[in-house]
Structure formats: structure tokens, C-alpha cells
Design a binder for this molecule. Structure first.
Ligand code: SF4
Length: 252
């Protein structure tokens, strides 16, 4: 998959709704397509669309080992609802043991570097393994989730992971997604009703206060411009779009 395919695909997807975007992407792109879910409301909408349309797209989660109990419950509930398995990838045991040895069980609070080291072992490295050899990667990114995601395109070539990245909800507003999951009775994380708009690892997520951005509850002790886990940004902290700088390539 190359950057030129993204340029061909984006205008074809733009006028469509989520279901037809996924359908067209599956028809257009040969090879394996993976959707990574963290069981947030956007991801649940995409999972619903993939499973109910019977699309040949793998639904996979990265189990960091630090997720909320409510997230594990939703995982089980979602499998039961659609009678489909959601595969998981896990951090490698040895780097994880070395990380805990070095920084302690909650060492990620100590500094941005310590937090990024934890995110790298628990999320970024497993994702890189998951995406090896994959043609396209589907995510639940929306442009209005935060300033860092404001330029999220529908389709782009992610040079860091060397994969076509599809964000089929990039131009959806949160209220559109909420309306859709209500319409289709899609199961969602009960934490959303308690003010958790964006849900990640339990020790690194808190409810959002009125007026805050949707991702303000993630790594709330850090400055806004540092708040991505590394799944969607290069080493420079910028959302990947188009050819990545050499530095980002070397990260993986
Ligand atoms: S979100 Fe927190 S617990 Fe999860 S991988 Fe990142 S630093 Fe570690």
C-alpha cells in the first residue's frame, strides 16, 4: 500500500457513511485489514459495522494489562452480542518485566519519559507486531477529539508503520457517534456515563470536566501537546500523515 492509494481512496470514501466506507475499503484494498479497538464509543460503532456486515476485517485489541474492569466486561459483552471473537495482542514479557523492575509498578507518573516508556512497552511495540505485513489499519480516530487530532484524515499512508491507515470516523462529531450507537443498540462502556469520554488504561484515565476536551482525562498530569501514547504519532509527537520523518521510521 502506498501514499498514492490513499489519495485515490480518500475522495471515494468522503461522501459515504461509516458502513459504506468500511465496505468500500474492504473491496478496494487487497490483503489483510486490521481494526484496533480500545472499546471506546467510536470503536464500538466500528466493531458493530464490521461484525454486522460480516466484513473480512480483523478486530483486535491491545491488552496493556492495565485496562478498567468495565472495559474487560464490555469486551466479553461485545463478543457475546456479535458471536465473534476479538483477538488480543499483549506486551512482551521480558521488556515488561524490565520496565517494572526499573520504574516500579506505577512509575509512569514520574515523568513524561517514564510514561512514554510504559506506553511503548505496553502499546506501541505490540501494535508494531500486530501491523507487520498488514495492508490497512482501521482506527476510531475523530478529528474533534483533541487539538492533536484536528488534522486526522480519512485515509493516509502511515510511513512509521508502513501501512495504509483508515480513520472512517475522522469527520464524525461525537454526537453523531452517540446517536448511531443508540440507534443500533450497540453496547458501550459504562464509564462513558460517568464522564470518561476517552477510555484508556485505568491509572492514566480520569473523567472529563465540563468544558474540557474529550481527551483531557488521558494523562491529565501532562501538558496537552505531550498527550498521545505513540500509536498515532511519530517520535516528534505529530500525528502521522504522509511520509514520516526518518526519525519516526527508526522508532519502529
Ligand atoms: S496509558 Fe498508562 S498504564 Fe497504559 S501503557 Fe501508557 S503509561 Fe502505561
Amino acid at each position: 500500500m502506498t501514499a498514492s492509494i490513499a489519495e485515490i481512496l480518500e475522495p471515494r470514501l468522503a461522501p459515504l457513511d461509516l458502513h459504506h466506507r468500511l465496505l468500500l475499503a474492504r473491496e478496494f484494498i487487497p490483503g489483510r485489514i486490521v481494526f484496533t479497538t480500545s472499546f471506546g464509543i467510536e470503536d464500538q460503532f466500528i466493531t458493530h459495522s464490521i461484525f454486522t456486515q460480516g466484513l473480512d476485517i480483523d478486530v483486535v485489541t491491545i491488552d496493556t494489562g492495565r485496562l478498567f474492569p468495565e472495559t474487560y466486561e464490555l469486551w466479553e459483552q461485545t463478543e457475546a452480542r456479535y458471536a465473534r471473537r476479538i483477538r488480543a495482542v499483549y506486551p512482551k514479557a521480558e521488556p515488561l518485566e524490565a520496565l517494572i523492575e526499573e520504574q516500579g509498578i506505577n512509575g509512569f507518573y514520574k515523568s513524561v519519559e517514564a510514561r512514554k516508556a510504559c506506553c511503548h512497552v505496553r502499546k506501541v511495540e505490540p501494535l508494531s507486531r500486530l501491523l507487520a505485513g498488514v495492508s490497512a489499519w482501521v482506527t476510531g480516530l475523530r478529528a474533534d477529539q483533541s487539538d492533536a487530532r484536528a488534522d486526522a484524515p480519512l485515509v493516509a499512508f502511515d510511513a512509521g508503520h508502513k501501512v495504509l491507515k483508515i480513520n472512517p470516523l475522522a469527520d464524525y462529531r461525537r454526537e453523531d457517534v452517540v446517536a448511531a450507537v443508540e440507534e443500533f443498540s450497540v453496547p458501550i462502556n459504562e464509564l462513558h456515563a460517568r464522564g470518561f469520554l476517552s477510555i484508556g488504561c485505568a491509572p492514566c484515565t480520569r473523567p472529563v470536566q465540563p468544558g474540557e476536551s474529550e481527551r483531557a482525562g488521558r494523562w491529565w498530569w501532562e501538558a496537552d501537546d505531550k498527550k498521545e501514547c505513540g500509536l498515532h504519532v511519530g517520535e516528534d509527537g505529530v500525528l502521522r500523515r504522509g511520509p514520516a520523518p526518518q526519525k519516526a521510521e527508526e522508532t519502529f
